[in-house]
Design a protein around this ligand. Structure first.
Ligand code: MN
Ligand code: MN
Length: 319
């Protein structure tokens, strides 16, 4: 451990249930100046189509993150020895206006990216990924996308509206944010309106891995294929917690049975090590449907795992 970088407040310095509830008990600062990576909350649920509550997601993920320790025992990653990280608080969305909130989020991420920090986002409903990808495209050009979700989120409209949590990747595609041959959707399943729900992306050249193709398997080989395909391109990771089976993560708004396991989620994120990851989000945690806190706890852990695979964090060679 080094004193050069911010460290999470340790459980031997302050009880884990005490102190300010920042992400991983990291220092809080305004803006991303001087940071290599930052946690940002987007307390939003005005894009949801079914059960609400994700506006409370960032706060609950932060609360459950108090258990996280700095060293990754599985991968050897020690992100706080290599990156300057802080919690930079929440994006002040307009909770009465979803479309205005899109522009507020994009402007906020432009500033974060201009400061040179890699953003790790605590959602919030999935609408928020569209304006983040807009800011990413402005900095990096079109990006590769690894999207883990029960749903494709490529609807043209929902209830006649073009901005909703089922539309972000359609909007990002329209704006030229995505490298089509480097878009991977993993975990899709459930009932649909038509086969087009999953085939639309395939027609754009995207790789769609439905949940049934993941059952009973390690996803480590899939991730090796994805890394080989993406190569050095900039990559954004968008992780909808409803990709996980509701046996693990029931605290979300649009639940589908037959989902991914926790260990598959870890294989996916750890399988992103070595890629040029430029940012990531963890969305759709809905605390009112999460009385145990387990869904938020999973979200906090997966955000930590995302931090551990960012460029500049060494991984221990596999034993
Ligand atoms: Mn989604
Ligand atoms: Mn979903």
């Amino acid at each position: 451990m080094t004193d050069r970088f911010n460290q999470p407040l340790g459980g031997n310095d302050m009880p884990r249930f005490g102190g300010p509830a920042s992400m991983m008990r990291l220092p809080v600062q305004t803006g991303a100046a001087g940071l290599d990576a930052c946690f940002i909350g987007i307390p939003m649920d005005i894009g949801t189509s079914n059960r609400p509550g994700t506006r409370l997601g960032p706060r609950q993920i932060r609360a459950e993150s108090c258990m996280l320790r700095p060293y990754n025992m599985a991968t050897g990653a020690a992100p706080f020895d290599h990156l300057q990280v802080a919690d930079i608080g929440d994006v002040p969305i307009n909770t009465f206006d979803l479309k205005k909130s899109i522009d507020i989020i994009a402007a906020h991420y432009r500033e974060v990216l201009a400061a040179g920090a890699l953003p790790l986002t605590l959602g919030g409903d999935h609408t928020l990924t569209w304006p983040i990808l807009r800011a990413m495209r402005e900095k990096h050009g079109p990006v590769a996308l690894i999207h883990i979700d029960a749903h494709a989120d490529i609807n043209d409209t929902m209830f006649g509206e073009s901005v909703a949590h089922g539309c972000p990747f359609r909007r990002a595609w329209e704006e030229g944010c995505l490298i089509n041959e480097n878009v991977f959707q993993i975990g899709l399943r459930g009932t649909g309106y038509s086969p087009e729900d999953f085939d639309w992306g395939r027609k754009q050249g995207w790789t769609v891995v439905q949940a049934e193709a993941c059952w009973h398997k390690s996803l480590t080989p899939l991730m090796a294929d994805i890394r080989a395909q993406i190569g050095a391109a900039p990559v954004y990771i968008s992780f909808d917690i409803d990709s996980l089976d509701p046996a693990f993560a029931p605290g979300t708004g649009t639940v589908e049975i037959g989902g991914l396991t926790i260990w598959q989620a870890l294989e996916i994120i750890r399988g992103c090590a070595g890629l040029n990851v430029i940012g990531a989000d963890l969305v759709e945690v809905s605390p009112p449907y999460d009385p145990s806190g387990n869904t938020a706890l999973i979200g906090a852990n997966l955000l930590y795992e995302m931090l551990c695979i960012l460029p500049g964090v060494p991984q221990r060679a596999p034993a």
